[in-house]
Ligand binder design. Structure first.
Ligand SMILES: NC(=O)c1ccc[n+]([C@@H]2O[C@H](COP(=O)([O-])OP(=O)(O)OC[C@H]3O[C@@H](n4cnc5c(N)ncnc54)[C@H](OP(=O)(O)O)[C@@H]3O)[C@@H](O)[C@H]2O)c1
Length: 251
């Protein structure tokens, strides 16, 4: 681990100075903002995503050290990426993926099966590939959510994943120690994914959240990024789930 330069009086040392942060799903939304924040805290960042054009633009935007375009749910692609990565890595954040909402009656069962398999497989795959590549005391960070804690028509798959991820992350924290493993659980976050999911309803949803959330504002990707960087830097934290939803689950 590289030691951060000593800070002067009143200055704060950058939290991730000299460290390498890999963001799998780093070309937009929460991953991109985490990469930006990690850079601001002195880290080198490696970004991945599927769309090479979007990835290049993001890399330029944040000054990434390198990029790799591949589908993270492809186990072979994931393995090739880790095998080609220059060790040691300090932190890996995985934001790739999205939810599958569908009422049971309309559910595409093959897609539902694939979704669960790919999601759990991605977490397990990253954890196993990190052994020997991520330094001791470094961290893995995955993304769950708080919205899927409630029951509802169309929520079966997301609710299952929401319940499974904290359990999986806690167990992996034992399996890959001394690498740390944590989960962030956002509610609504104002990202390109939310814009796609909500379409014309986006502004109305933002307005509703501003009016009802205890924090009186919409959670942005920079809010999740701040938590993510803290989880990377604070070496006391492992095996736990951290909610960042502005109180949305209390409503
Ligand atoms: N936004 C929310 O309200 C919210 C709430 C709770 C949880 N989450 C979860 O947080 C994560 C990030 O969400 P976000 O809102 O930041 O999404 P986003 O704005 O769509 O960004 C997702 C990023 O991941 C990449 N990506 C997606 N699928 C990938 C794959 N299979 N392989 C490699 N890269 C992939 C995307 O680039 P390419 O498309 O080019 O691959 C993009 O860089 C997701 O897992 C989401 O379910 C989001």
């Amino acid at each position: 681990m590289t030691t951060a330069p000593a800070a002067g009086r009143g200055e704060r040392a950058p939290q991730l100075a000299g460290q390498t942060v890999v963001v799998i799903g780093g070309s937009a939304g929460i991953g991109l903002e985490t990469a930006r924040k990690a850079r601001a805290e002195g880290a080198d960042v490696v970004l991945t995503g599927r769309d090479p054009g979007r990835l290049q633009a993001a890399a330029q935007d944040v000054g990434a050290a390198s990029t790799a375009a591949f589908d993270a749910t492809d186990a072979d692609g994931l393995e090739r990426f880790f095998a080609a990565s220059a060790a040691p890595i300090d932190h890996v954040m995985v934001t790739a993926g999205g939810p599958y909402y569908a009422p049971l009656a309309e559910m595409d069962l093959a897609r539902a099966r694939r979704h669960v398999e790919e999601h759990v497989g991605l977490v397990l795959g990253v954890a196993r590939l990190s052994i020997g590549r991520v330094r001791a005391g470094g961290s893995l960070l995955f993304v769950g959510g708080t919205g899927g804690r409630r029951t509802g028509i169309g929520m079966s798959v997301i609710r299952t994943m929401t319940a499974a991820l904290p359990a999986l992350v806690a167990n992996l924290a034992l399996e890959v120690a001394p690498i740390r493993v944590n989960l962030v659980a956002p509610g609504f976050v104002d990202t390109p994914l939310s814009a796609t999911l909500l379409g014309d309803g986006l502004d109305e949803r933002r307005e509703q959240l501003r009016a009802t959330l205890p924090i009186g504002r919409v959670v942005g990707p920079e809010d999740v990024a701040a938590l993510a960087v803290h989880l990377m830097a604070n070496t006391a934290l492992t095996g736990a789930t951290y909610d960042v939803d502005g109180g949305q689950q209390l409503l």
